[in-house]
Ligand binder design. Structure first.
Ligand code: ADP
Ligand code: MG
Length: 474
């Protein structure tokens, strides 16, 4: 859909005026981030990077992404309860990937002890691109599902207002009125509030577990405020606070500074650099506790790239979601080609194919947060080097999605205004709550559109590559 806004963008003066209005609107609406120079202070803040204009999203694919979200919630929840499946799916990975192995050991340890937790809360974000690689209409293809610390639901609740202001500035009030309302903050908070309520102690608090460096605090504050508005107390703590001040009582109730914690909402703990020995101990303490972890460690493991690849094997979804034929069909329709690099004939074959055609694949390690995947020549070199070693099993291969680029302006503090060829990634937030075996909430809670310049193969908003966007349905 190149050229959606071409007419409005004729003339540099109009673009400059719109960009000035856009940045002020972002600050007014609270689309904020702390600065790189002072990542832990709010004295001086800036706007979170965003596109000048909303990006075209095919409405059929947008609806398809929403329609499959409750299915994905069910699937993630089912995987998290299936010890055998997780064990089998991750068996080769835990031999070579130390981070996944450590998470897995905690998972087994809490199962051996017996779960104290009886209420489960999942907040995830399923990410997609619109694939134009095959002839015909573009297809919705899942990039990954994030089952821990899925971010930008807060700021995404505020970007449509900014883009509405920009479109009006450019004389397109009619188009502005077509932008969809979107409020993941509220949806995420209602899941957390439900889990808090089911935990059943009115004096207990919700703990946001946050990173040492907190540039993206405003995104979290949006969700936090929704909880305060419901008269639920929120505390913000780091792993090291938990290590120093966290404790369990005889019923494995979790206390921080003497305050009982009902829900632990992780915005931390998804990459190896989040952990030292003390943090691992803190993680274990949290997992052993009765508090509702969002996510529990099994659900975090359900979101690994290796599990994603194993799900694409014929018959796997049928085993995990017995009898749910339609849900399975909706889920499977979003899968791109995914391939195991496990030692053996299947792995040898696909490794050779990828080495011969590196531009058709993405090589992914078991990492989150952007900037870890390998493409093209680099993919070829790395795969060539590890193809005969068990190390290759710490990666998976995926078909490379081919989205249609469009022109936009990416607005960032201290960056010159210039047009870029861009591609977008749509995320849908999912929220569910389970009490024992009974699912008491299962919802799609809003969306996030992120856009990046074509020259970057990889990377999210926090990684400084993608920027926030708003879908404009076409
Ligand atoms: P992370 O956990 O680091 O976010 P992702 O799987 O989401 O890992 O990949 C990071 C980025 O790489 C995505 O946001 C997307 O821009 C790009 N990417 C990932 N998989 C593919 C793919 N199959 N085809 C094209 N681009 C991809
Ligand atoms: Mg991602």
């Amino acid at each position: 859909m190149a050229g959606l806004w071409d007419a409005a963008l004729r003339g540099e003066a109009a673009v400059r005026r719109a960009a000035l209005a856009a940045v002020d609107a972002a600050l007014l609406e609270g689309v904020l981030m702390r600065t790189e120079a002072e990542p832990n202070a709010s004295d001086v803040v800036s706007f979170a990077p965003f596109t000048l204009l909303p990006s075209a999203v095919p409405s059929a694919l947008f609806r398809q992404a929403y329609a499959v979200q409750q299915d994905f919630n069910l699937l993630v929840d089912a995987i998290s309860q299936d010890r055998e499946f997780l064990e089998r799916a991750l068996a080769s990975t835990v031999k070579v990937d130390d981070f996944t192995a450590r998470l897995f050991r905690i998972h087994l340890q809490v199962l051996e002890e017996g779960l104290a937790q009886s209420v489960f809360l999942g907040i995830n974000r399923s990410d997609y691109m619109f694939d134009c690689g095959a002839p015909g209409a573009p297809a919705l293809k899942q990039i990954e599902i994030n089952t821990i610390a899925a971010s930008f639901g807060g700021l995404a609740s505020r970007t449509a207002a900014v883009h509405g202001r920009v479109l009006k500035e450019l004389g397109m009030a009619e188009e502005a009125s077509r932008l969809l309302p979107n409020n993941p903050s509220e949806g995420l908070a209602s899941g957390i509030a439900k889990a808090w309520e089911l935990y059943g102690s009115r004096s207990a608090v919700v703990m946001f577990l946050v990173e040492e460096v907190q540039r993206n605090i405003f995104d979290q504050r949006c969700v936090e405020n929704e909880l305060w508005n419901r008269n639920i107390r929120v505390i913000r703590k780091r792993f090291r606070d938990v290590f120093e001040k966290g404790s369990l009582d005889e019923a494995r109730r979790l206390y921080m500074d003497g305050q009982e914690v009902a829900v632990v909402y992780y915005r931390e703990g998804y990459v190896p650099t989040n952990y030292n020995q003390q943090n691992w101990e803190a993680r274990l303490l949290l997992e052993r506790s009765r508090a509702v972890k969002c996510p529990d460690i099994a659900t975090q493991l359900a979101g690994t790239k290796k599990v994603q690849q194993e799900l694409s094997r014929p018959g796997t979804l049928e085993k995990l979601l017995p009898g749910r034929t339609e849900a399975i069909a909706r889920i499977r329709a979003t899968f791109a080609g995914l391939y195991s690099l496990d030692v053996g004939e299947e792995g040898d074959k696909i490794a050779a194919t990828a080495i011969a055609n590196p531009d058709q694949f993405v090589l992914k390690p078991q990492r989150e947060g952007g900037g870890n995947n390998l493409y093209g020549e680099e993919l070829r070199q790395v795969l060539e080097k590890i193809k005969d070693s068990p190390e290759r099993t710490s990666y998976i291969l995926m078909d490379k999605i081919q989205p249609q680029p469009t022109r936009n302006y990416l607005l960032r503090a201290h960056s010159p205004l210039k047009a870029s060829e861009c591609v977008s990634e749509l995320g849908i937030f999912g929220v569910y709550v389970r009490q024992g075996k009974e699912l008491v909430m299962n919802e799609a809670a809003g969306h996030l559109l992120r856009t990046k310049a074509m020259e970057h193969a990889d990377g999210g908003v926090a990684a400084g590559v993608a920027v926030l966007d708003t879908p404009y349905l076409v």
